[in-house]
Design a protein around this ligand. Structure first.
Ligand code: ADE
Length: 242
């Protein structure tokens, strides 16, 4: 996969030199470039922003440097994703969709955001990291790139597979324990030491359901649930099947 980021602070993306994304780059599974769109400004001072028509606080990113940068470094890209708090909220499903693409371009805004013509003509997806406002789109883009790249084939080893991840099953993931079996009087649940795989599966499913009900009940509306799941939820919450 090829990922190109357009940003006024490309150095911030050095964070992606490390860990699993860094390894994916070194192994050639990810081709990554962070480009400063200020370099494409035709203004002699390298300006990239200007006052909003109609007045109001803050500055806006002007179209020229961003159009020229995209047309130069990502001219064939089919997916150009703008980071903005007014976009659709990012989630695992989007990461799964994006992981199937050959090329992604991320536009990182600053100030009050982009001139609307950038959204109207260049951008294919407007996406937000969450219901809060960041100083710029870089941290949002890094987060989304990380979540996407870890889903590419062979980026995670067997030992860190993403099949059971929270959200990919529609539920939050169950709790995990490792050695020792007892630490400062705190014991690992007996079932996990039992060697009984069907009991372990059942316990994990129930813990997932319990945790999701407590922390993110909104997820239960769309999660694929069996009759057995529904009965369990009912037993712990008084929820009815319908
Ligand atoms: N830029 C500023 N805030 C943002 C957010 N919440 N998501 C994506 N980009 C942003």
């Amino acid at each position: 996969m090829k990922v190109t980021v357009l940003s006024l602070f490309p150095e911030m993306f050095e964070a992606l030199d490390h860990s699993i994304v860094g390894r994916a780059r070194r192994e050639g599974r990810l081709q990554f470039e962070a480009v400063n769109f200020r370099d494409y400004s035709t203004n002699k001072h390298g300006n990239v922003d200007d006052y909003p028509y109609g007045g109001g606080a803050g500055m806006l990113l002007t179209p020229q440097p961003i159009f020229d940068a995209v047309e130069t470094v990502a001219k064939d890209a089919k997916r150009i994703i703008a980071m903005t708090p007014t976009g659709r909220r990012f989630n695992q499903k989007m990461a799964e969709e994006w992981a199937k693409e050959e090329e992604l371009v991320f536009l990182c805004g600053h100030y009050e955001g982009f001139d609307q013509r950038i959204h109207d003509v260049l951008v294919t997806d407007e996406v937000s990291l969450g219901d809060f406002v960041l100083t710029g789109g870089e941290l949002a883009a890094m987060t989304m790139i990380d979540a996407t790249v870890r889903l590419l084939p062979d980026v995670l080893g067997q030992a860190a597979s993403h099949e059971d991840d929270s959200f990919s099953t529609g539920l939050l993931e169950y709790p995990h324990y490792t050695r020792p079996a007892e630490f400062r009087g705190m014991k690992v649940p007996d079932v996990l030491l039992s060697g009984n795989h069907s009991k372990i599966e059942e316990w994990r499913r129930q813990e997932s359901l319990k945790r999701t009900l407590e922390r993110r009940p909104d997820l239960l509306e769309n999660a694929p649930l069996s009759e057995r799941d529904l009965l369990f939820l009912k037993s712990i919450s008084g929820l009815s099947k319908d």
